[in-house]
Ligand binder design. Structure first.
Ligand code: TXA
Ligand code: MG
Length: 341
């Protein structure tokens, strides 16, 4: 299949957005930018359209998709109830990087929800996503637009590397802003539960609605996570990665020791730490003073090291507060070895 690519940087190119919307209405799969990562979209009401997403990504069928809509009114059309606290969350954080798990009313195809009774719904804020959703006037099921298991795409080139020839189209909106996926919050229990940390932090949620829990399966790495997607190894770079907690000296020690076992070593770290390390290739994620900046660059860094470039990646760990919880969740999943302090 030939994949059409439109330039919609700065959210221009109405014609590209119109064509992409037309393909979605015709049951095709099209990738588009959101404020978190690129999504691979298809008509959420059509089982055959949604099947194309699973086929292109090689995604396991038991992992449900998020339905994307432009407005709160459209969100309400997909679920059977919206509790009062969710109403508050929507008014505060949507459009934005927050996904609500609510009881489904059956409007979306069964392969969107992986036959569960609940559905994840999100209102993305990216201007291209907003215009696309408004134009096609459909709920759009969209996982991240990467091959299953690979780091999520934060640029159109990342999507192109993974899915060129496998999907009908790709809207290029430039690099995404947040850089990690939306926070997934289960709103079906009395106290809402964060199933996946993401762009909206636990602290921000607590400020608006008080009590919020974090799925214990996230901390233990044992037990069955309630977000089915969280049980798979994800975001993996092409070479083994060690995630190291502690100061620059600790990373330097690991690099020195592993020189014997690995010919070429790459580093992924904050600017401050990377300046103090000597390795074959060093990627700086930005200042550790800004975890927001670090989040924006992690997926690109994980994709940069290719097999053959280096034999081992040594990566710095970050504090698990604010968006750091999402950063560390992704890094732990990407890492083959985790060395706590
Ligand atoms: O930021 C994002 O959320 C991006 C952009 C494209 O919107 N999308 C995204 O989708 O990350 P995906 O499919 O890569 O991750 C969705 C996560 C998975 O862990 C999935 O298991 C969980 O949400 N999920 C979806 N529906 C669910 C449901 N009904 N119950 C529990 N977890 C659900
Ligand atoms: Mg994903």
């Amino acid at each position: 299949m030939e994949t059409k690519r439109w330039n919609a940087v700065d959210s221009g190119n109405q014609q590209g957005i119109d064509e992409a919307a037309g393909l979605l209405q015709n049951g095709e799969a099209v990738a588009f930018p959101t404020e978190t990562v690129y999504g691979l979209g298809a008509d959420a009401t059509s089982e055959t359209a949604v099947a194309k997403i699973f086929a292109a990504k090689g995604r396991p069928a038991d992992n449900p998709l998020i339905a994307h809509v432009a407005t709160k009114a459209q969100l309400q059309q997909l679920v059977s109830t919206v509790p009062t606290f969710v109403d508050k969350l929507i008014d505060t954080f949507s459009p934005g990087p927050l996904t609500y798990i609510l009881p489904s009313n059956g409007t979306c195809a069964t392969n969107v929800t992986a036959e569960q009774s609940t559905i994840g719904v999100r209102i993305p804020s990216h201007p291209v996503a907003q215009r696309l959703l408004r134009k096609c006037d459909l709920p759009i099921a969209a996982p991240s637009a990467n091959l299953s298991g690979k780091p999520s795409p934060t640029t159109a080139d990342h999507v192109w590397q993974d899915l060129n020839g496998k999907i009908a189209g790709l809207l290029d909106g430039g690099p995404t802003g947040v850089g990690v996926e939306s926070t997934v919050i289960d709103c079906t229990s009395e106290i809402p539960i964060i199933l996946r940390p993401g762009g909206v932090t636990k602290e921000q949620l607590q400020e608006v609605i008080g009590d919020v829990m974090v799925d214990p399966a996230l901390a233990n790495a044992v037990g069955r996570p309630k977000a089915p997607g969280m049980k798979y190894r994800h975001y993996a770079p092409e070479v083994p990665m060690w995630l190291i907690e502690g100061p620059a000296e600790k990373l330097a020690e690991v690099i020195a020791e592993e020189r014997e076992n690995y010919a070429k070593i790459g580093v992924i770290a904050s600017e401050e730490t990377s300046e103090r390390l000597c390795a074959d290739q060093v990627i700086s994620l930005g200042s550790k003073e800004s975890l927001t900046d670090i989040a924006a660059h992690i997926y690109d860094a994980l994709r940069t090291f290719k097999e053959g470039d280096v034999d081992l990646i040594v990566c710095e760990a970050f504090p698990e507060k604010g968006i750091g919880l999402a950063i560390m969740n992704r890094l732990k999943k990407a890492a083959s070895v985790y060395v706590p302090a």
